[in-house]
Structures are given as C-alpha cells and as structure tokens.
Ligand binder design. Structure first.
Ligand code: GLU
Length: 367
C-alpha cells in the first residue's frame, strides 16, 4: 500500500476560458479510483478555484488585484469541489473538502490538527480534496499554483510519492514551445545540476506556478525523502504510470543528507518577500555565525511596507547592503520603524505585548 499525493494545476483543471476540463479530470479521478481500489491511500491537491470563479463571474482575464483573486477563488471553490465529489461518487468513493494554508501549517498545533484530520480521513478510506484557503492567505496565488502546498501535504501525511500533474510532459532543458531542441529531463538526482539547465519560468494565464515552483516543490518533497514526479495530466497513460510509480515525465529522486526542514525550504524558495530590513554589523554576525534570532535593537533601517507574518529580506546596512537571509517578521513595517534600535524593555513600553524577536531564528533562513 502506498500513500500518493496528486496535484492538479489550474491549466489542466480548467481551460483558458475557465471551463472545467471534464475529460481530463474525469480520467484523473478514474485513475485515482483505480489506485484506491488496490488499497493505496490517495490525496488530491487541486487548483482551479480562481479559474472557475473567473468563468462563473464572467471575467475576461485573470484579475490583477489580490482581493479580486481571493474573491474569485471563493466563488469558484464550491463548484470545483462539487465536481470532484460527484466524480468520485460515481466510483463509490467518498471525498472530503480540506482548505489549508501553508502558514497555518507552520504553527505546531495547526500542523498536528491538519495531520490528524487527514490521517483520520485516509483511515476512513476517504479521498481528501485539498486547496489553499485563498480567503486568508495569498501565498499560492502570488506564486505557486498549489505546488508548495502539495509538497507540504506530502510531507504532512508521510506520502510515498508526490505527483505533480501539469500540461507539459515534464521538465525540459529549454522551453519546448519555443525551442525545438528542448529535451525532456527524465531524472533529477541533484538540484545543483539543474542550474546548468534552463528551467522554463513561463506560467499559464490561469495559474501562478510554472515550472519553477514545481521544481522547488519537488526539491522540498525529495529533501524530506519523498520521490516526486512532474507528468502530463492530459495524457492518459502518463497519469496511470505516474500514479503507479512507473517511470514517466521527470522523476526527482529522494535526496540524502539534507538538513533543511520543509518549512525553511518553503520560506527560502517559495514565500515572496514584502520588504527589507537592514541590520547593524553585530546583528549581521550573530545571524550568520551564531544562528540567533534578530532583535529590534540590531535593526537600523526598514524598507517597503509589510505586515507581521510577511517575509522580509534581511541585509547588512554596511558593505553595500550584502544580503544575509530571509525571515518572517513579527512586526509590521510601521511598528519596526518605531522600535528599531531599541532594547527589549523600551520596545515593551511602546508595544506592551511585543515579542522579543523581530524575526525568530525558527522563521529565518540564511541566503
Ligand atoms: N488556490 C488557487 C486556486 O485554486 C491556486 C491557483 C493559482 O495560483 O492561481 O485557484
């Protein structure tokens, strides 16, 4: 018995106009049902809520404003889930709608709740159908199309395999739509090796992922020992092979000797930065050499506007602003402006329930 997480990107869930790609989804659900009958545990991560919402609202193109994307997702999610629910019902399989956010899952209690719920559903032989909770977070909308969420879910449920289904056959050495010499990369063992390949960063008009977020998602999963595959979800034989763990598309082999947690991988590669924090030499050294948290006293400058919970770039104020790392801040840019350079006691006078760290070490990654 294997536990398999299957992710469907926006471009295979809906066509360019946002219409549900019934034939593709029907086939994926049939294959999922087939694996389910053999005793495998299946988890689906699906995008397409925004695309469905666009269609239902009669919008011409993907909205630009974040609140419009979030609202479109809220309109589309219901019918998106209902389609899966009905298709699985045809196979006598019960599905469950689960809406998750990555940031939620970085909090220990939420993480454990999500894991317990998913485990219970799988024990009941239910197929969880997961999307990001777009109303409250915007990580996957900004960049990702649920690729990182899928990797995180795979790690959460201790999956044996992560299958990323998209419109193309896998990772190519160049963009196959423009370069006839582009070759399919069949196997990736070492991510550094990929630097030599020109990974296409193009995205479809419906989703926000592209190949880069898939490769990073594969890196996150394989760093946790879970093999991943990028395969063409519109090709019938590719879907069955990928779900069965047979060679198809681009396969990413589990990495050995990696240390970074999936959360830190997500922070480093996936989470967009909203601003910049400049630190003095002492703080720069402490972050680099001692792995400490960043305290307000070490901050000398704040650039851009951000909220508590956003990721910021951390740079040294001296030496042309050398990048140090990236972290999730406990304060908004406005608050940091008020408390920068101040000792903890002074900070507490200004903001009574303030946390001691501006960026906690657990929420920080070096460049
Ligand atoms: N959660 C989003 C959706 O289902 C992700 C897709 C995107 O990145 O546009 O529509």
């Amino acid at each position: 018995m294997a536990t398999v997480v299957v992710k469907l990107g926006s471009s295979i869930v809906a066509d360019e106009r946002g219409e549900f790609r019934d034939d593709v989804i029907r086939h994926v659900c049939t294959e999922v049902a087939r694996r389910h009958r053999t005793g495998d545990e299946l988890v689906l991560v699906t995008s397409g809520a925004i695309a469905r919402g666009m269609r239902l609202l009669g919008l011409d193109g993907r909205p630009q404003a974040m609140d419009e994307l979030q609202a479109a997702s809220a309109v589309g999610q219901g019918t998106l889930y209902r389609s899966y629910d009905e298709l699985f019902a045809e196979h006598g399989i019960r599905a469950a709608q689960v809406l998750l956010t990555y940031y939620d899952m970085s909090a220990r209690t939420h993480y454990l709740n999500a894991r317990n719920t998913l485990r219970r559903l799988l024990d009941w032989r239910v197929v969880p159908v997961i999307n990001e909770n777009d109303t409250t977070t915007t990580d996957e909308i900004s960049f990702g199309d649920n690729d990182f969420l899928a990797a995180q879910v795979a790690i959460l449920v201790g999956a044996d395999r992560l299958v990323l289904l998209t419109e193309v056959d896998g990772l190519f050495t160049a963009d196959p739509r423009r370069d006839p010499g582009a070759e399919l990369v069949r196997e990736v063992r070492d991510f550094a090796e990929l630097e030599r390949h020109d990974i296409t960063t193009s995205t479809s008009s419906l989703g926000s992922g592209g190949m880069r977020s898939k490769v990073v998602a594969a890196e996150m999963a394989t760093a946790a020992g879970i093999p991943a595959v990028i395969a063409n979800g519109t090709r019938r034989e590719a879907v069955s092979a990928a779900l069965a763990g047979e060679p198809v598309g681009t396969r990413f082999l589990p990495q050995e000797g990696r240390q970074m947690s999936s959360f830190k991988l997500w922070l480093k590669y996936a989470k967009p930065t909203a601003g910049r924090v400049l630190v003095d030499d002492g703080a720069a050294r402490a972050l680099r050499e001692r792995g400490t948290s960043l305290l307000p006293v070490g901050i000398v400058g704040v650039r851009g506007r951000f909220e508590a919970g956003d990721a910021v770039e951390i740079r040294a104020a001296s030496g042309n602003g050398t990048p140090i790392g990236k972290g999730i801040v406990n304060y908004s840019s406005e608050e940091l402006e008020r408390i920068k350079g101040k000792k903890t006691a002074e900070v507490r006078e200004l903001i009574p329930h303030a946390s001691e760290e501006a960026v906690h070490r657990d929420y920080f990654v070096l460049d």
